[in-house]
Write a protein that binds this ligand. Structure first.
Ligand code: IMP
Length: 209
């Protein structure tokens, strides 16, 4: 178990497995959903569950595939998310290929370098980009619902900041004059694509309860 719901808030009404092995994403998810009357379980408790191939054409497709596959195999309710970055000047790339933009197994630094190189010479007003996130909830019998969230910004000229993960050092929010990696978790968790999607997730889940 990675977190028991706070007994002062209410006792957990259901267990939900979080279908991601990305620790940073999981931290953000738990922070945003911390008041729900749910006991969240981590994938490390289910070592026999396979890695689900993300071969869909959209974030929604991938999130649904992960959630429904893991729910069927585990017999549990599962929430799964898929997210990534769409850059307008690059025809919405890297999109669903965000994690492997610079190749299979690429590091965050390699992906960021490739992105900055692809945007060399592109002036600031044309460096618009959108982070997108889809979150799906499934039970063993199939999908319950899927929701989406997004967050708009600009791609910086160079990486800045030490917080977060992935493209956070190059995702610049003009209204704050900082990247997500400079802003840190408190502000990122107020604005991000994941937060927007999880707010909708929370509302829908509470309706079900
Ligand atoms: P996946 O959803 O694990 O397939 O990978 C999504 C990829 O998109 C991550 O590896 C990151 O590169 C990027 N990404 C998704 N969400 C964020 C975020 O909140 N900050 C920075 N990068 C992100």
């Amino acid at each position: 178990m990675i977190r028991k719901a706070d007994a002062r808030v209410s006792s957990p009404v259901r267990q939900i497995l979080i279908g991601t092995r990305n620790i940073k994403k999981r931290e953000e998810i738990l922070e945003i959903l911390r008041e729900l009357p749910v006991e969240f379980l981590g994938l490390e408790r289910f070592p026999s569950l396979p890695e689900v191939l993300e071969d869909g054409h959209s974030f929604q497709e991938n999130a649904i595939k992960k959630a429904t596959t893991l729910a069927r195999l585990s017999g549990l309710w599962v929430m799964a998310e898929d997210s990534g970055l769409e850059v307008d000047a690059l025809g919405k790339e890297p999109g669903v290929f965000s994690a492997r933009y610079a190749g299979e197994g690429a590091t965050y630094e390699e992906n960021n370098s490739k992105l900055l190189k692809a945007l060399e010479g592109v002036p600031t007003p044309r460096r618009t980009a959108t982070f997108r996130c889809a979150v799906a909830l499934a039970r063993p019998e199939g999908l319950i619902f899927v929701v989406e969230g997004s967050c708009k910004g600009l791609i910086a000229q160079e990486p800045r900041g030490r917080h977060g993960f992935g493209y956070d050092p190059v995702f610049y929010l003009p209204e704050y004059k900082k990247t997500f990696a400079e802003l840190g978790p408190e502000i990122k968790n107020r604005l991000s694509h994941r937060t927007q999607a999880l707010k909708r997730f929370k509302e829908k889940l509470l309706e079900l309860f």
